[in-house]
Design a protein around this ligand. Sequence first.
Ligand code: LUZ
Ligand code: MOS
Length: 753
Amino acid sequence: MKNIDSRAHVTGTSIYVDDIPELRGTFYAVVVFAEVAHAKIIKLSVSKAKEAEGVIEILTAKDIPGENEIGGIIPDEPLFADGEVHFIGQPIAVIIADAHFAARNARKFIEIEYQELEVVIDPREAKQKGHLLIPARTFANGDIENGFSESDYVFSGRADSGGQEHLYIETQGSYAIPLENNNIKIYSSTQGPTLVQKTVAKVLGLQMHNIEVDVTRLGGAFGGKEDQATAWAVMAALAVQKLKKPVKLILDRDDDMIMTGKRHPYSSDFKIGLDKDLKIKSFEISYFQNGGAATDLSPAIMERTLFHVTNSYFIPNVKATAYSCKTNIAPFTAFRGFGAPQAMFVIESAIALAAKELGVDKSEIQENNLMKTGNVFHYGQVCDSNNAVKSWTSLQEKFNVNAEKQKVKKFNSKNIFVKKGISLMPICFGISFTKTPMNQARALVHVYQDGSIGVSTGAIEMGQGVNTKMMQVAAGVFSVDISRIKIESTNTTRVANTSPTAASSGADLNGKALQIACNEIFERLKNKAAEILNTSYDEINFEDEKVYVGREVSKLNWNELVEIAFLDRIKLSEVGHYATPIINFDKNTEKGHPFAYHVYGTASITVKLDCITGVYEIDSVNIVHDIGNSMNLTLDKGQVEGAVVQGIGWMTIEELDWDSKGRLLADNLSKYKVPDIYSAPKSLEIIPLETDGPELAILKSKAVGEPPFMYGIGAFFALQDAIKDFNPNYKMEFNAPLTPEKVLLGLYGFNGK
Ligand code: LUZ
Ligand code: MOS
C-alpha cells in the first residue's frame, strides 16, 4: 500500500501550518533573540521598535501572566530571557506586526545592552568547572577491574562526535487563533501536541482545557519538534491572549538554525579489554555530553546513551558514566537516535582501535562479540533473540561480503590515488520510551451511519507514513476498503494526554490503541450480524465488506450492518487505550526491562576515496534489517533509506562548529553542508531479516524510524579503512564528522598535528 499522502505531496496540495487559509486580521510574529552567548541584560528598550512601520505590539518577559518557564524535565528555561542570556539565539521578545517583513524589519530597532560574562563551549571544560545540567549517572554491570585484569589486551582512547542540524524542510511554526471565552486554538508543527497544550496553559496562566492544539502533518521533524516546537506556539498564543487576534509565527530558516537546538555533540574517553580470542571482557566509558544552556531533553538523551553503550555486543563487565554538561549554546535536543548513535560511535571506535593495534580486521572482533539469546544487557534486560547474529550471517550470505572485501583489496592494489574502504556496522536499538510512563496512547474511532469511518489517534504524521499504517490497522480490523477510512488531524480535544510521536514508537503505541478501539466496535457489529443472520457469533466472518456465515457469503454487507446497528442504537464510537505491558526500570539499581523489544540489523558500507582531493563517494550500502513482519515494506524501506543517508551525513559531511564567543559558524544553508543525491550511496539495498516479529510490535511489524540511522556510522570506519591503505602511518583519530578536510589531513599525516 502506498503512502496515502503521496499524491497530495507530489501535487503540492498537502496542508502544512503555513498553508492554512488565514483569517482576516491575522498578525505576524518575529522573535528577538540574544546576540551574545552569556551576559547580563543591562538595558532592554523596545520603544523605538514599537514606532516602526506595521508594528502592533512587542512582548517580553514582563508581559507573561503565568510562569515564564518552558523547561519540560527541569524548570531551567524561560520562554523569554529575564535579566540574563545564556546562548546566542535565546528568545528575548516577540514582535507582532501586520506583516512578517514589518516584524522582521522592526527587530533592528530593539535596543539591548549587555554586560558580557564568561562563555563556555566545550563540554569537558564545563564539567571541570562543575557546570552540569543534572548529576552524573552511571550504568554498571559485572566488575570492570576484574575484567581488565582478565584481559590480554587493553586499549584506551578518545572519541568525539559532532552535532547535527535537523533541517526539517518545514521550519518551526504555529498559528494561534482566539476562540470565545478566552480559549485559544493552536495549529502547531509539533511532534508533541499535548506538551504544547500544557506549556501554553502554564505560561498563559490558563488550564489545559482552554487550549486546543491541532496538527495535520509536519514537513519533517527528526526529533527537532519533540519539545522545541513548543516555544513558538506559546509565543503566538501569548500574543493572541493579549491582542485577541489570530497570530502566526513561522521561523525563517536562518532564525530556525540560530535559535533551535541540534543533536548533542559528545566527547568520550574509553578503555576496552579483550582476551586472546578477541572476546571483549571489559569496557569503561565516560561520556561528556554537550547539553547546551538549558536542560531540555538532555537527561533522557543521556539515559538512552547509557542504554546503548555496548551496541549489539555482549560485554560482561561494563561501567559507563555520563555527564550532561552545561555550555553557552542553544540547548541541544532530541534527534533521531536520541543519544544512542553517540554511544554506538564510541564502542565502534574502541573496536576499531583494538583491531588496528592487534592487526586484525575490525569485523572479526565485531562478529566474535555479537549478542545472543540469553545474554544479559548491562541494564538487566535479557536478550530474547539471535537477530544480531542472524542479520550478520544473513548479510554475508545475501551480499557475499567476503567477495566484496576481496574486490576492495584488489582495487586498492591496482590504484594509488583512489582507494576503497569497507566496513560492517551492526546495530541494536531498544524500542520504548526509556521513561516508562510515556509508553501509552489512545485512539478515538467513529463508525458513521453510512459505513465510513473516522480515526483519530495521538500519532503525528511527519512524512514517515504513520497515518498510512493507522489506516491499514483500521481497515484490517473491519475488513473494509481503505477508502472508507479517514485519518483525522491529531487534536488534543479528541485524543488527550498524548506522548510525543517519538522514540520510533508512534505506530506501535497508537496502532495498538487503535486496534483496541476498532476491535470493541467490531465485536458489537459481529454480535449484531449473528443476531440478524440467526447464527452463532463464532460462525460470523468479515471479508471485503461482506459478512460470511462460515465460508458462505450472506446477503448482509458492511453498509447494511452498520445502518441496522445504528437504528438498533448500538454504540458505534470507541476510545481505545494502550499501555505497553511488561516494561519497567528501577532508577536506584539502574536495572530492569525498559524496552518492549530490540531492533537489530547489519550493514556493509563501501566507500571510494580520491586521495588527491580528500573527496569521497559512498559506493554501496547493503543491509539486512530486522523489520519483523513488515506491515508496509515500501514505507519501512523508505525509513531505512532516509535514515542511512542522514546517518552518513552526520558521520561525514555535516559539520557544526561554534567560535569561542559561542556563535554558530554554519548558521545558514550556504554554510551547512546538507546531504544531497551526490552524497547518497550509489547503491543502497535493503533485505528484511526473515523473522516473525514480536507481539509488542503493531501487527508484529517492528519500529523502524530510528534504528537504521546508526548504519551510517559504518561510513566513518570505511573511510578510515581507505585512508589507512593510502597512508600506512595514518594516526587513527575518532573525531566525527570525517569531512574531506579531515580526510586530506589524515592522508598526508597532518592529523593530530
Ligand atoms: N524521546 C523521549 C525519545 O522522550 N524518550 C525516549 O526514550 C526517546 N527515544 C528516542 C527518541 N525520542
Ligand atoms: Mo525522536 S529523536 O524519536 O523525537
